[in-house]
Design a protein around this ligand. Structure first.
Ligand code: AMP
Length: 192
C-alpha cells in the first residue's frame, strides 16, 4: 500500500510515518530528511540546496523528482511507501501520478493532517532533536515563511486529490495516539 501524508510543517507527518513504518512494514520517504542528509554529507546536491532550505524556500522539482524516483525503485520500498513532504506543488502531484503509472503503482490513500497555524509555530519553535540540536529552518520567522509557502503552494494541491475522492482528513490537534488510530482506520478501509 502506498500513501501520501499531507499537512503543514509540524503537523506530525514524520511522527506518524515512523509509526506506520514500525506497524505496517511500509517505508517512509521524506524528501526533507533526504535533502538534510545531502546537506550534511556536503554532496553536490547538498551544496546546491543548503541555502534554499535554510530560508524555507522550495528545492527545484528536477532534484526532488530524481530523488523520489531512485528511492521508490529500491527493493525495501516494495512493501509500500509513505510519502512525507512530497508532493508539495500541483506540478509535483502530476509528475508523481505519471511516475507511478509508468511503474504500475498507485496511491491508495491521501491523508491530510489538519492543525491550527498558531499551534504549529509553537510546536516547531520548540522542536529539538534528541541530541538537543535544532533545525536551522525551525526559527519562528522561517517557520512563518514555511507556513506561508505551504498556504500558497501546497494547500492548492488539496482540490487535486479531493476531486478524485482520494483525500481523507484527520484532526492533527488530537493526541498522537488518536491521530494514529484515525490513520489506521483509513488504511484498513482502503485495504478492504
Ligand atoms: P520538510 O522536512 O518536509 O519540512 O522539508 C524541509 C525543506 O526541504 C523544505 O522547506 C524545502 O526547502 C525542502 N523540500 C522538502 N521537500 C520538498 C519538495 N517536495 N519540494 C521542494 N522542496 C522540498
Amino acid at each position: 500500500m502506498n500513501i501520501i501524508l499531507l499537512g503543514p510543517p509540524g503537523a506530525g507527518k514524520g511522527t506518524q510515518a515512523k509509526r506506520l513504518e514500525a506497524s505496517r512494514g511500509m517505508k517512509q520517504i521524506s524528501t526533507g530528511d533526504m535533502l538534510r542528509a545531502e546537506v550534511k554529507a556536503q554532496s553536490p546536491i547538498g551544496l546546491q540546496v543548503k541555502e534554499l532550505m535554510e530560508k524555507g524556500h522550495f528545492v527545484p522539482d528536477p532534484i526532488i523528482v530524481q530523488m523520489i524516483e531512485n528511492r521508490i525503485a529500491q527493493p525495501d520500498c516494495a512493501g509500500g511507501v509513505i510519502l512525507d513532504g512530497f508532493p508539495r506543488t500541483e506540478s509535483q502531484a502530476e509528475i508523481l501520478d505519471s511516475m507511478l503509472k509508468e511503474q504500475n503503482l498507485k496511491i491508495d490513500a491521501v491523508i491530510l493532517l489538519e492543525v491550527e497555524e498558531e499551534a504549529l509555530v509553537k510546536r516547531l519553535s520548540e522542536r529539538q532533536h534528541e541530541d538537543g540540536s535544532r533545525r536551522a529552518d525551525d526559527q519562528p520567522d522561517v517557520v512563518r515563511s514555511r507556513l506561508d509557502v505551504y498556504r500558497k503552494q501546497t494547500a492548492p494541491i488539496l482540490p487535486y486529490y479531493e476531486q478524485h475522492g482520494r483525500l481523507k482528513r484527520v484532526d492533527g490537534m488530537q493526541d498522537v495516539e488518536l491521530v494514529g488510530k484515525a490513520i489506521d482506520a483509513i488504511l484498513d478501509q482502503a485495504a478492504s
